[in-house]
Write a protein that binds this ligand. Structure first.
Ligand SMILES: *Cc1c(COP(=O)(O)O)cnc(C)c1O
Length: 398
């Protein structure tokens, strides 16, 4: 008689699947250390070893976000949007006035969520491709319970001036929520210094971990606001108190995705070992090299003002007559993914991802060589090499 034995162990090879060059603004290629940790033998979510992993993650998140002492960090079992939703679910109560800076699709997503949790939205906008002007907030601040802003608006490649906005918000007494999805982990984020109360990102963006986790940070002040709620948080799964039960007191709340925690721990550690300043320099160097190679062929920056260009999502206006959909379909056929515009910018721009492991010379060499071939841009590959050589001092160590 044959015993009902476990499935036989299989050795998966990367070569079982086609190589893919993933240069979208998320997800990003998974860091090799995270990939390895993902295959660690499964442990229970209440295992002492898992609590050790969690503690290391919490400590490293405090460093990544630049939190003040007393801040609480954790992972939510969901993507970046859950990080966004958890902030509003816990910190907005019915009837609260919430200033939402919305100059792109993720800012508008924030406004939609605030409304669903009973908040009144005071919308601050900016023309497409432009940053929020901090001066536009002033008239909306009196009586506001919270201000929410997206740091790097992925849909347009715009970097909003969070430090200047934070400075204004600080004197108003409102809480400040910042979407750090395209910035935290790729450059220094100064939650304490700027005065940010709630920040979140997604594991699959700047940290190059698998999708499915939202790293969050909550200031002491925001936690106190949560604790003083008149009614319980309507989203039970992400209740800040429930998170604290598990992450601090080690009591059961829900089953966390343990294998994603293993992978995330390694991806975050790798980022901090490289250093946030070094990562910021790497992204900037890559952005300059790509732009230098493509501008002679008619590409140009979509965001006019240099200080408002988001370094991690390079938004380039396409040359006249380029067949956007056709070229991207041909790239995909060659196992290369890039992203076009959204809504009003569809067909007008490309958005090239420079988050995490995407911001390296090797994958962009693959893209440049494919574009040279598809579009007949003679010498593009060589021009890119020359532009990379200009950035040698940064990229040689990257
Ligand atoms: C990707 C992204 C989100 C949403 O994250 P998901 O992981 O897709 O849920 C939110 N904000 C910004 C700025 C993003 O780029």
């Amino acid at each position: 008689m044959k015993l009902l034995d476990a499935p036989t162990k299989i050795q998966l090879q990367q070569s079982d699947y086609p190589e893919h060059t993933l240069l979208t603004p998320g997800p990003t290629p998974i860091h090799p250390r995270a990939m390895k940790a993902l295959t660690r033998p499964m442990l229970g979510h209440m295992d002492a070893e898992v609590f050790k992993v969690n503690e290391a993650i919490q400590r490293d998140l405090r460093q990544m976000y630049g939190t003040a002492p007393g801040a609480f960090t954790a992972l939510l079992a969901g993507t970046g949007s859950l990080g966004m939703e958890a902030g509003f679910a816990n910190l907005v109560e019915s009837g609260d006035e919430v200033v939402v800076c919305a100059n792109g699709s993720f800012g508008r997503r924030m406004a939609e969520m605030v409304t669903r949790y009973g908040g009144h939205v005071r919308l601050v906008t900016a023309p497409l491709g432009e940053a929020i002007n901090p001066a536009d907030l002033a008239e909306h601040l009196p009586g506001a319970a919270m201000v929410a802003v997206v740091h790097g608006e992925t849909s347009t490649g715009v970097l909003n001036p969070v430090p200047a906005i934070a400075e204004l918000v600080r004197s108003s007494g409102a809480l400040l929520t910042v979407d750090a999805v395209t910035t935290a982990g790729m450059e220094p984020f100064q939650m304490a210094q700027w005065g940010v109360d709630y920040a979140y990102t997604g594991a699959q963006k700047c940290l190059s971990a698998p999708p499915g986790l939202a790293p969050i940070a909550i200031s002491e002040r925001a936690f106190a606001r949560y604790a003083a709620r008149r009614t319980p948080t309507p989203l039970w799964y992400c209740d800040f108190g429930g998170l604290r039960d598990y992450w601090t007191d080690h009591t059961y709340h829900h089953t966390v995705p343990v294998n994603l925690h293993f992978a995330f721990e390694q991806a975050l550690r790798a980022a901090l070992e490289e250093g946030l300043e070094a990562r910021q320099a790497r992204v900037a160097a890559m952005g300059r090299a790509i732009t230098a190679a493509l501008t002679p062929h008619g590409f140009s920056h979509y965001v006019r003002s240099p200080e408002h260009r988001l370094p991690t999502v390079l938004a380039l206006r396409l040359p006249e007559g380029l067949d956007d959909a056709g070229v991207r379909a041909e790239l995909r056929r060659r196992e290369i993914s890039i992203t076009g515009g959204l809504g009003p910018t569809a067909g007008l721009i490309w958005r090239l991802g420079l988050m995490g492991e995407a911001a390296r010379p090797a994958p962009y060499r693959v893209l440049m060589s494919a574009l040279e071939d598809i579009l007949g841009f003679r010498g593009l590959g060589r021009a890119f090499e020359a532009a990379l050589a200009q950035e040698w001092d940064v990229l040689a160590t990257a």
